[in-house]
Design a protein around this ligand. Structure first.
Ligand code: ADP
Ligand code: MG
Length: 393
């Protein structure tokens, strides 16, 4: 998805006020009735409607009149709210080129005032699967107002919390800087995803290091669940950094063994294929007994001494609750079994594609300022209660 942050510079306080009003309305409306937006924003002289037109022009909101006249945020609108908040908090001052695109995220470089560069990950969980999620997943049935804001926000919060907790335990992960809405800001890793690496000086050492990480995670009660060459960064010194945590589960998960083995298999297969390490027969030969496998470097899940409480205690401390964990686990698990269908409405992915972004230069954003003049505390309070609501379905 393209992200033209130039528009940010031209958005007024009223624009942000109305955009925030749409966001608040979405806590219990998929499409927020225009009158409700107007009531929340409470601009004088019907100003809301004029502003909505402007937001629509910039594709920050989507207009829907199928059932009643209303609006919802687009991903771009949600991006702008998160970016504006980050800028207001002084986390960064400029957004630069896109450095990664995943199935359910976009990653950009962002620059701090002193010129140093960080990475910003915008989660987009609804991008591919919102409709499937909405219609099939039973954990969402009781949610009257479930929407992609919730899932994307949850993914960001989970990623941020895990990154922080893992870093505190000495794991090689990016430094978790800040989290707001669906956006996580972290340190920029100077390296390449392993998938792009054709040659290693010491593939055996890197292999053992990576396998050691899987074991070390399990000892801390965690399984990455997407441990593969796309989520391992490697630098020129062949130092390994682990990224991408929204799908992690506890070793107490009922499918823990399967997830663990799958992570291990991925690494074995990749290293034997890419770097010709002779590991293949150890995993693919069905005649291998458990004993043979233990004799090789292949780790055995049941023989690892695991500390199960890590998730609950440490993550709760970083703001990720048990309830949110459960929702997220279910989303991840069920997502793997489903045909993913795209959101066919304009507005999430499709609509934003048309926006042009200059990938080569950094765009300076406005100086930090408040979203709503004179009333920012109240709006922030409402926003938090809105987020609070989203986090407690
Ligand atoms: P997804 O969940 O969409 O797979 P990832 O977190 O795996 O997203 O990121 C996608 C790509 O973005 C990575 O493969 C990597 O190239 C790049 N990337 C992500 N985080 C960072 C970072 N902190 N520093 C540098 N590059 C990153
Ligand atoms: Mg990834």
């Amino acid at each position: 998805m393209k992200l033209n942050v130039d528009v940010l510079r031209y958005l007024s306080k009223d624009d942000f006020r109305v955009l925030t009003a749409v966001e608040m309305g979405m806590r219990n409306h998929e499409i927020v009735p225009s009158e409700l937006v107007d009531r929340i924003a409470s601009l004088k002289h019907g100003g809301t409607y004029k502003v909505l037109k402007n937001l629509l022009k910039h594709k920050l909101v989507h207009h829907d009149s199928s059932k009643y006249d209303g609006f919802r945020l687009t991903y771009l609108g949600y991006d702008f709210l998160a970016i504006k908040t980050m800028v207001n908090r002084g986390v960064f001052t400029a957004v630069g080129r896109q450095i990664g695109v995943g199935k359910e995220s976009d990653i950009f470089e962002v620059a701090k005032e002193d010129g140093s560069i960080l990475a910003m990950k915008l989660h987009r969980l609804g991008r591919t699967s919102f409709r499937a999620v909405k219609s099939k997943r039973d954990y969402l049935r009781h949610r009257r107002s479930f929407n992609w804001l919730y899932l994307s926000r949850l993914a960001a919060l989970k990623e941020f919390s895990f990154m922080k907790a893992l870093e505190e335990h000495g794991f090689p992960v990016p430094n978790a800087v800040e989290c707001n809405r669906h956006c996580v800001v972290m340190s920029l890793i100077h390296g390449y995803p392993l998938v792009q690496v054709r040659e290693l000086q010491s593939p055996e050492v890197v292999f053992e290091r990576i396998l050691g990480l899987i074991i070390h995670l399990a000892e801390h009660g965690l399984i990455h669940c997407d441990f593969n060459e796309f989520n391992i960064m490697i630098d020129d010194e062949e130092k390994v950094t682990l990224i991408d945590f929204p799908q992690m589960v506890s070793v107490s998960h009922r499918n823990a063994q399967m997830y663990f083995d799958r992570d291990v298999d991925c690494i074995f297969k990749f290293f034997s294929k890419r770097f010709n390490l002779s590991l293949e027969e150890k995993i693919d030969n069905p005649d291998n007994s458990e004993e043979d496998l233990e004799g090789s470097s292949r780790p055995c899940f049941s023989s690892i001494s695991k500390s199960v409480g890590f998730l609950d205690k440490e993550l709760a401390a970083s703001g990720f609750t048990r309830k949110e964990q459960d929702d997220m686990d279910k989303f991840v698990e069920e997502g793997k079994d489903q045909d993913i269908c795209s959101d066919d409405e304009e507005g999430s992915a499709g609509m934003d594609e048309s926006i042009v972004r200059d990938v080569d230069s950094l765009h300076l954003l406005d100086q930090p300022g408040h979203i709503v003049e004179g009333n920012e505390e109240k709006i922030e309070e409402n926003r938090q209660s809105c987020e609070g609501h989203l986090s407690k379905p």
